[in-house]
Design a protein around this ligand. Structure first.
Ligand code: ADE
Length: 228
C-alpha cells in the first residue's frame, strides 16, 4: 500500500521526516515530496504550504504521481469548541469549506452546486484514530472541521462558523484535501492538534504553540501508522 501523509507547514511534517531514514526527495510543481517505507508500506510525505489551493494541489499530486491509496492529514487547528484546549487532538468526522459564499443565488453557506458541502472522512480511518487514541491514552475529540482561506482570530467570525456549521475546529486545508480524496476515491482522515482558540489572542497563541501542537499531531499520526 502507498500511504500519503501531508501537512500544510514545514513544522507539521518535520517531526515525521525526522523519524525516517532513506528518504527520496522529488520536486514537482514547486514543492518537495519525500518517499520512504514504513512497516512494509510505501509512504509519501509533503507539506503543501498554507491554504486550500496549495493543499488540493499537493493531495492531487500525491494520488496521481505517487499512487497514494490512503491519505492522512496532520497539523494544527484553531479551537471552536470550548472543550478543546491547546495541545488537544481532534479527528474530523466531516469537513466543510466555511468561506464558500454563493448565498446570492439562494444556496446555503458552504454549498457548491454539483459538488455539495460537507465531506465525510473514511469511517475506518476515523475508527483507527480512535483505537490508537485509546491505546495510548489520548483524549481524542471527533468533530466537524471548518476550512477556509482565513486565519480566524476574531470572535465574530468564530461565532459565525460555529453557528453556521456547528464546527469544533477551524483550519485552512482539510476540506479541500477531503474533497480531492472524495472525488478520487481515496480514503482519508484529518488529524489536528489545537494551537489556539481562533479568538483575538489566536495570532500570538499560534506562534507560541505551532511547533508543540504540530509535533503532538505528527506523533499521534505515527502511532496510528503502527495500527493501520
Ligand atoms: N490553524 C490554526 N489555527 C487557526 C486559526 N485560528 N484559523 C485558521 N487556521 C488555523
Amino acid at each position: 500500500m502507498t500511504l500519503a501523509i501531508m501537512g500544510a507547514m514545514e513544522e507539521e511534517v518535520e517531526p515525521l521526516l525526522e523519524r525516517f531514514e532513506n528518504v527520496k526527495v522529488t520536486e514537482i510543481a514547486d514543492n518537495k515530496y519525500y518517499e520512504t517505507t514504513y512497516n512494509g508500506n510505501n509512504i509519501v510525505i509533503a507539506y503543501s504550504k498554507i491554504g486550500k489551493v496549495n493543499a488540493a494541489l499537493t493531495a492531487t499530486l500525491m494520488i496521481e504521481k505517487f499512487g497514494a491509496e490512503k491519505l492522512i492529514f496532520t497539523g494544527v487547528a484553531g479551537a471552536l469548541n470550548p472543550k478543546l484546549k491547546v495541545g488537544d487532538m481532534v479527528v474530523a468526522t466531516k469537513l466543510i469549506q466555511h468561506d464558500v459564499d454563493i448565498t446570492a443565488f439562494g444556496h446555503p453557506w458552504g454549498f457548491i452546486p454539483e459538488s455539495g458541502d460537507f465531506v465525510e472522512c473514511d469511517a475506518a480511518l476515523v475508527s483507527k484514530a480512535k483505537e490508537s487514541a485509546k491505546a495510548i491514552g489520548v483524549d481524542l475529540l471527533d468533530g466537524i472541521i471548518a476550512t477556509g482561506d482565513q486565519f480566524i482570530a476574531d470572535s465574530k467570525k468564530k461565532d459565525f462558523i460555529v453557528d453556521t456549521y456547528k464546527a469544533d475546529a477551524t483550519e485552512m486545508e482539510g476540506a479541500s484535501v477531503a474533497y480531492v480524496c472524495k472525488c478520487m476515491n481515496v480514503p482519508f482522515v484529518v488529524l489536528r492538534s489545537i494551537s489556539d482558540a481562533a479568538d483575538m489572542d489566536a495570532g500570538f497563541d499560534f506562534e507560541e504553540f505551532l511547533k508543540s501542537s504540530a509535533k503532538t499531531s505528527a506523533d499521534f499520526c505515527l502511532k496510528m501508522l503502527d495500527n493501520l
